[in-house]
Design a protein around this ligand. Structure first.
Ligand code: HEM
Length: 408
């Protein structure tokens, strides 16, 4: 343990206030600000870690510091005193939450994480692409509305659920219900959700658990069965852990992949020649999605909770502190990507932190890219009013997900 020191945090020494330029004033409001990147670039010039007293979080934005934090044993994915958010405790939503690998360190994380990674790796590219293509066409036909671009928001959020759920083995007839349940479940996980959202989310979680337990009894072919087999190889036979993490694949994929679709569409909406090229060149579309993941990522930050006093980037942090890791800023750290403020399709040695880093690294990048590819290919082959889409200025309200909205 480090000696206790009086709190003398490094606050970020701003030479010019970001609010002077109409930019965001803190890293949480930056997530849904139209232009957060000059602010993030300013953070990179400041100390490796500083205290944002408005939000009561330490903020880290340089790649090297983020890597230090995610591999530091004192930095955990949940506060030690609150493994499950108080509002979810005792509910089905809490039952799912506390079993997710994402929300556990130590035994609750590994070896089950290996089972998840192995199951996702067992998916063939052809199967993922087929599901992407089926559901992008279906959802575009279902939601298209020439008068209201808000249909694109529904399309983007439902794509990941339909593809991941069908890969898991959810029957086609149950996909619309699963998409609604997932929307309610994810909403109740967001900090600051209201009482009604909380209650709806808990009910949705109970139904999802029931459905995913039932699927295991039916021996449905698919990713859920793979997960069960892989988990059994590692000595885990608990059906609730398997159900929770099957649901977790959908909830993890949900807004992050929807944001990737929405943010890629925005880049292409303003560039007609590129839109035409990506329709004929799958590699170019892949490169475009990859650069959006770096340049304007859907997941802008993640958090770690300090379990015991420790020193990070020369600053003493105390047990109970929270750290915000600004992944989107690290993507533009000039020490990892040259000329980081440029959007470059053919960028050599592109590096980004959008999928995290270290033990909790996301196991879903390939699937996310396939889903986004199918969605964007579908949208760019439609006769949409791209000029209007290029003027979209609204964002999904969130403290970590950046997702452009197209509805009025
Ligand atoms: C663009 C899409 C996606 C982004 C940006 C994204 C981002 C992330 C990030 C940043 C983490 C780590 C969080 C942390 O360390 O604090 C994570 C974890 C995770 N993601 Fe993703 N994700 C995406 C899509 C997916 C998909 C499609 C799946 C699976 C179907 C998935 C499954 C998971 C799981 C299971 C974890 C927890 C891993 C662990 O804790 O060890 N994600 N994701």
């Amino acid at each position: 343990m480090l000696e206790q020191q009086p709190m003398s945090p490094q606050t970020f020494p701003r030479t010019s206030s970001p609010s002077d330029t109409g930019g965001p004033t803190d890293p949480l409001s930056a997530v849904s600000h139209p232009s957060p990147y000059p602010y993030y670039a300013g953070l990179a010039e400041g100390p490796g870690i500083f205290l944002d007293s408005k939000n009561s979080v330490w903020v880290a934005s340089r790649s090297v510091v983020i890597q230090e934090i995610v591999s530091h044993p004192a930095c955990r994915v949940r506060p030690v005193a609150e493994p499950v958010p108080k509002a979810l405790a005792g509910s089905a939503a809490g039952d799912i939450f506390r079993r997710l690998v994402r929300m556990n360190d130590g035994a609750g994380h590994c070896p089950f994480k290996q089972a998840i990674s192995a199951s996702l790796q067992s998916l063939s590219l052809a199967d993922m692409e087929q599901q992407g293509s089926i559901w992008s066409r279906h959802l575009a036909e279902l939601h298209f509305d020439a008068e209201d671009d808000g249909w694109l928001d529904r399309f983007a959020v439902q794509m990941p659920v339909y593809v991941v759920a069908s890969l898991l083995g959810v029957p086609q007839s149950e996909l619309p219900e699963t998409a609604i349940l997932m929307q309610d479940f994810v909403a109740c996980l967001a900090p600051g959700c209201n009482e009604q959202q909380l209650e709806r989310g808990k009910l949705a979680a109970a139904k999802l658990l029931e459905n995913f337990s039932g699927m295991q009894e039916r021996e449905n072919p698919g990713l859920l069965l793979q997960l069960r087999r892989q988990a059994a190889l590692l000595g885990c036979e608990d059906p609730t852990v398997i159900a929770a993490n099957g649901i977790g694949l959908m909830s993890q994929a949900y807004e992050a992949t929807a944001g990737l679709i929405a943010n890629t569409l925005y880049v292409l909406a303003g560039d007609a020649p590129l839109r035409r090229q990506i329709l004929a060149d799958a590699d170019l579309l892949r490169a475009c999605i990859d650069e959006v993941l770096r340049y304007d990522p859907s997941v802008q930050n993640t958090r770690r909770f300090v379990a015991e006093d420790c020193e990070i980037a020369g600053q003493v942090l105390q047990a109970g502190d929270t750290i915000l890791l600004v992944l989107a800023a690290a993507n533009r750290d000039p020490s990892v990507n040259s000329q980081p403020q440029l959007f470059e399709l053919q960028r050599s040695q592109r590096r980004y932190f959008t999928f995290g880093h270290g033990a909790h690294l996301c196991p879903g990048p390939s699937l996310a890219a396939v889903i986004a590819h199918a969605a964007i290919h579908q949208l760019c082959s439609m006769d949409l009013n791209f000029e209007r889409l290029a003027t979209a200025r609204k964002f999904h309200p969130s403290a970590n997900i950046r997702m452009r909205l197209y509805g009025a």
